[in-house]
Write a protein that binds this ligand. Structure first.
Ligand code: NDP
Ligand code: 2IT
Length: 451
């Protein structure tokens, strides 16, 4: 007879066959929950799985805006308000041409458990648009953001739903979104996080996700009586998370030797120069070919020169790997290449960067593997600290916020490790993070009744 998990997954596959990323995220979580479900029959009795895989509310809307040539452009906007059992909806906005409901449901679903793990009172959500920010002028970005907020503002608020950044959405976009939100609602409040420091942003929020991933990896190393100091690391991505992951690795005496974007990879044996990376990506918004022009030790490999089903970054020998670009950027062949080269630690900065097969390969090999919902939770946790500062109309020092971030990352690690041990698999942080994140939300749903 099929288990409760199998029945829910099968019914979901039938209902949403066109949502592969969402189904993948659900399977990754549900597959490891069975022991917790066996231990507490209330979860099945209260139909928690059937309920937790459906968003409480999904908003989809048209976004019309005018480009610099005076032509009207049309995009689709979304907000998936997945679960508010333990706090207001919270999660980023992704602006990328690949955005669709499957990707946003996977991200929103992951966010429920990630936010639960942070120890803070935040529910799970995600949103965004298929708008492509690449090559757009500042004024086009502004007009898009204003049009997007003209619809979204009805559904958000400081105790309702608090959006933030994600791929394609950084401080510039949050600024334009905040300006429009404030105009439409006449409220100056903490409804968006990742704001500019001039109007309520928190120190260390920009750095938080990348720093948090490294803190998480350090916690995994401490547990194994090992260290990242002096070790070679590979990082994928070249955006917010990758940049500050590289910066923190340098600070702790490790050496990040790669970064990548959608077009190619940089290998720099001297260690990635974070100042140059910021100049290229944050200021010039250019391709990584520019990094190779500016740094003589760097070698650029275009993605097009590599086999289609492989990712060049994962062929570089390393002690630790930090996938910080996007979902499914690390497949089974990539995982095997990393393991064959002696990789001992993988900490995920991106959301669901490893395929299900790659995750199983890491777990089977017994290396330190920090799944995204635990390892990259520092970003959203620090967003919640921004909300806290806004609510108190105050601003904390960088050291205060960074100190809280460090404590939170340790609490997440220790909770995932203790939960994994409780179920007899002490090294399996996938199981530990999933069960720990799930139990808090499921217990809250039961306590709040069927509504
Ligand atoms: P950015 O937009 O700042 O950077 C994204 C980077 O990933 C860019 O280098 C981009 O390349 C690359 N990338 C994006 N899509 C693809 C793709 N389809 N193929 C190859 N490369 C791609 O985003 P963030 O750094 O904020 O986000 C990176 C990851 O981290 C995402 O998975 C996000 O969900 C996750 N995350 C982000 C948090 C945050 O606080 N920002 C918090 C937790 C997780 P290019 O420049 O060519 O587009
Ligand atoms: O995936 C994520 O956790 C984020 N993009 C950050 C969300 C947030 O609300 O800060």
């Amino acid at each position: 007879m099929a288990t409760y998990v199998e029945r829910v997954v099968e019914s979901l596959k039938k209902r949403y066959p066109e949502q592969p990323e969402f189904l993948q995220a659900v399977q990754e979580v549900l597959q490891s929950l069975q022991p917790a479900l066996d231990k507490n029959p209330k979860y099945e009795q209260f139909k928690i799985l059937e309920r937790i895989v459906e968003p409480e509310r999904t908003i989809k809307f048209r976004v019309d805006w005018v480009d610099d040539k005076g032509e009207i452009q049309v995009n689709t906007g979304y907000r998936v308000q997945f679960n508010s059992a333990i706090g207001p909806f919270k999660g980023g906005l992704r602006l990328h041409p690949s955005v669709n409901i499957s990707i946003l449901k996977f991200l929103g679903f992951e966010q429920i458990f990630k936010n639960s793990l942070t120890t803070l009172p935040i529910g799970g959500a995600k949103g965004g648009s298929d708008f492509d920010p690449k090559g757009k002028s500042d004024m086009e970005i502004m007009r898009f953001c204003q049009a997007f907020m003209t619809e979204l503002f009805r559904y958000i608020g400081p105790t309702v739903d608090v959006p933030a950044g994600d791929i394609g959405t950084g401080a510039r976009e949050i600024g334009y979104l905040f300006g429009k939100y404030k105009q439409l609602t006449r409220n100056f409040d903490g409804t968006l996080t990742g704001k500019n420091l001039l109007f309520g942003g928190s120190l260390a929020r920009t750095e938080a996700t990348g720093y948090g991933v490294v803190y998480f990896a350090q916690n995994m190393m401490d547990a194994r009586k090992d260290s990242l100091a002096g070790k070679t690391c590979v990082v994928s991505g070249a955006g917010n998370v990758a940049t500050y992951c590289c910066q923190k690795l340098h600070q702790i005496g490790a050496k990040p030797v790669t970064v990548s974007d959608s077009r190619g990879m940089i290998y720099d044996p001297n260690g990635i120069d974070v100042k140059v990376l910021k100049q290229v990506k944050e200021i010039e918004r250019a391709s990584l070919t520019r990094y190779a022009e500016l740094v003589s030790s760097a070698k650029y490999t275009p993605a097009s020169s590599y086999p289609k089903d492989r990712h060049a970054v994962w062929d570089v020998p390393c002690f630790a790997a930090f996938p910080c670009a996007t979902q499914n950027e690390l497949n089974l062949a990539d995982a095997k290449a990393l393991l064959a080269n002696g990789c001992k630690c993988v900490a995920e900065g991106a959301n669901m960067p490893s395929t299900l097969e790659a995750v199983h390969a890491f777990l089977e090999a017994g290396i330190a593997y920090g799944p995204a919902k635990a390892a990259n939770a520092g970003g959203v946790a620090t967003s919640q600290l921004e909300i806290e500062q806004n609510a108190g109309m105050t601003a904390w020092s960088f050291e205060t916020v960074d100190g809280r971030l460090k404590e939170i990352m340790k609490a997440i690690h220790d909770n995932a490790a203790a939960t994994a041990a409780e179920f007899g698999q002490p090294n399996n942080l996938v199981m530990g993070a999933n069960i720990a994140g799930f139990r808090k939300v499921a217990d809250a749903m039961i306590a709040e009744g069927v509504c």
